[in-house]
Design a binder for this molecule. Sequence first.
Ligand SMILES: [Zn+2]
Ligand SMILES: [Zn+2]
Length: 305
Amino acid sequence: MWLKSYLSFGPDRPVWALFADALFALRVPLSERNVDPEIRMNIFLQTWHSYTNNTQIPDLKILTDTAKKFGLRIEGIAFLRGVIRQMPIWYHKEADPTIRTLNHTQASQCLKKKHAVRNVGDAEALANMLRNSQHTMENNCMCEQCTHLRTNLHCEHPQGCMKQALKLINTLPPKWDPRSVLPEDYQRKPRETEPDWIIFDNRVTTNGTLADIFRLFTDPKVTPVNTLPDLKIRAPEDADTGNIIVATNGSCYNNGEDNAHAGAGIYVGPDHQMNRSAKLPLYIGQSNQNGELVATKLAAELADP
Ligand SMILES: [Zn+2]
Ligand SMILES: [Zn+2]
């Protein structure tokens, strides 16, 4: 629960978590001293490291030890654009490693100090200025936005800063790039058509806030992918879009015992071609619940091959 509170990014984050962030940022090994202290925001969202050994403050070490012990990491098929934009851009945890080479240029110093660029959304907004039709792609451009950057933020090279912001967000893989077409752009909540029907909700985007991008008990042998699945449904023109009622069931002899044997059954109607009975292969746990799952999966595959 302590780790959960620490990672509850947002307005309800406890004050102690902010102190913990600051202490993590102070307690960095020699190899990380070149990381600008101003942009050391969070070790779970960025790639810089704080001490994880016994030189760390004991309470902070408990946090990192707990995260390690329970396999905490960022994981999910897709995230909300609003959440992607809140990720710190500097040392972004999921960016291409080349992002680390973009930290110390003159333009990046200006981005950090004068433009106060901290997260992906800040960098994206600045990069988007390059697309403004009034902008002349020169540092002495007199367009409204360049005049604002020069006058109010005292930026001496707005064009250079916009291009650097673009370079930063160009290191983001599709899943973490707010410019991508994300599943949230085309997946819709299923409509409730009839009272007795529950339409399968196929949306894959993790809801919530930045706090919800983390998972525990992850498999260290599996590397999460940062590509986006294309889940746009393209029904063939001759598709039969009619409904079919399928009864499914799973059962298991000696459920819970070593000699358990599970099976799955599908029934549509007398002599229907989709009627099936199946034994569960032995590499699937032999249980009543798994029988039910296999029956449902098989029915879905047979109904929509
Ligand atoms: Zn301009
Ligand atoms: Zn600037």
